[in-house]
Design a protein around this ligand. Sequence first.
Ligand code: FE
Length: 218
Amino acid sequence: MSHPKHHDHDHDHDHDHKPIESQQEPAGEERFLEQALRELLDEKGVVTAAQIAQQIDIQDSRTPALGAKVVAKAWVNPSFKQDLLAAPLETINKTFGLTINTPLELVVLENTPDVHNMVVCTLCSCYPRMLLGIPPAWYKSTDYRSRVVIEPRAVLKEFGAHISDETEIRVSDSTADVRYLVLPLRPQGTDMFTEAQLEALVTRDTMIGTAVPKLMES
Ligand code: FE
């Protein structure tokens, strides 16, 4: 076997950049500003503390586990998948008894053996919060936001995701109005899996496109 670890030599990426890592939490001053603004909005009757608390409850109920349910159902139920791709939020609300109510458009990007999708917001941190909750810190980092559009394959490699060189990588940039969810490929060897077992394979990163679902190593 000859140099199995090497890729093409005209590839100019040599890992001399900073790795993608989390940025710091907001400083004390930003936290203080948030509190002052929140109290002012309450005082002026713009939004009440109860409304804010309710929104926080709703936001807390949105976690990658919800996205995983959607993905697993799409894997096992072709007609659900068809509806999901055609009218994502409507279909999710109807199927899971939810009331996700947002002016944002959700677009589901289906991975195929030929196309692997990745999601970014190059301007800031737009993310399908209505389904996945709070984005990971690296998603908001300038490293990820700038590099994923320039060298998506290098970024995938750093995340440990193995995508064939034959597969096209498509990066979708979120906008103020549109949020994207990746529908990953169902792993091979899962024909006998139940929907619940499939859900467990769907991680947050597989729905951003920086990972692919994998069977647990035994
Ligand atoms: Fe954004």
